[in-house]
Design a protein around this ligand. Sequence first.
Ligand SMILES: Cc1cc2nc3c(=O)[nH]c(=O)nc-3n(C[C@H](O)[C@H](O)[C@H](O)COP(=O)(O)OP(=O)(O)OC[C@H]3O[C@@H](n4cnc5c(N)ncnc54)[C@H](O)[C@@H]3O)c2cc1C
Length: 290
Amino acid sequence: MDSEEDDLMEMFQAAVVGGGPAGLQAALTLGRMHVSTVLFDDGRYRNASSARMRNVLGSDGSAPEELRAAGRSELGAYPWVRIIEGRVENASLWDSAFALRGDGHEHVAEHLLIATGVRDTLLPIPGLAEMWGDVVLPCPYCHGHEFAKGPIAVISSGGHAEHIGGLLRGVTDAVPVLHPERVEEVIRSAAGVTIRLHDGTAVEAACVFIPPNPAPRSGLAEQLGVTTDENGILVDPLGRTSRSGVWAAGDVARRIDPRIPAAVITAMASGLVAAADIAAAVAITRDRTL
Ligand SMILES: Cc1cc2nc3c(=O)[nH]c(=O)nc-3n(C[C@H](O)[C@H](O)[C@H](O)COP(=O)(O)OP(=O)(O)OC[C@H]3O[C@@H](n4cnc5c(N)ncnc54)[C@H](O)[C@@H]3O)c2cc1C
């Protein structure tokens, strides 16, 4: 990095990549602690296809974008937080800090929170993608109750089918569980969905649950050599990753137990916890230099 480049780089105490519930809550916590923070967001939210968000106290049944818009508006009260609409394509070490680069922007931050969420890969069954987040669903805590008149179908297999089917049997009486290989297509019906099977029969249901098969939405963890596994970025209870100075929160971070729902409140909670730990790290660095 030459000195001319140094001059162009703006330095923040913290960077948050991702402006979903995890990143916005983290930015709020950092803003309230007067930590200079830059938040990047390219606006591809996991629950974007859902009209209604459930199981969020105080906002049960509201539109997901209402929460994000309210969060962004509230951040306006904290001039230490800057929001940049755009993607961070590349993260690298820059002395003891992190350089973050995207199309037309370059910033440096002493502490980095990865809150970039996940993207889902649906089963390759015709019809599922068109109704994802509406009557094709991933999480019983988010959308089971609204369909309690049933039946609620599950297209899945193995441990996932057992776990989701078991939860849903507490919500409704009829929970047909179908192995994905039996299903030809899923069609919207007046009552919800018609699931057409390869054997020529069909199953009617109010909605259907499928495994979401999530994968990280960004490669930032890999670029920084942060340890991950198939369930996300490995973090300790404070959201610290394997690399000093890097935290992770929200759906991209591995939960201590996969049965804990990946949901708006858990994302916000982990964002707050990580941000509080970042604020504590900022305070320690500041006090050392006084
Ligand atoms: C269909 C569906 C319905 C759901 N319904 C509910 C519900 O009713 N209630 C509930 O509690 N939970 C629900 N969830 C779960 C909920 O959406 C997630 O748990 C929550 O959004 C996770 O928040 P997050 O901040 O981790 O990620 P996200 O909300 O996905 O936000 C991550 C953000 O980071 C951005 N980003 C990624 N990479 C970069 C990058 N390199 N640079 C800049 N920005 C980047 C993304 O574009 C996105 O804007 C639902 C999930 C799905 C799939």
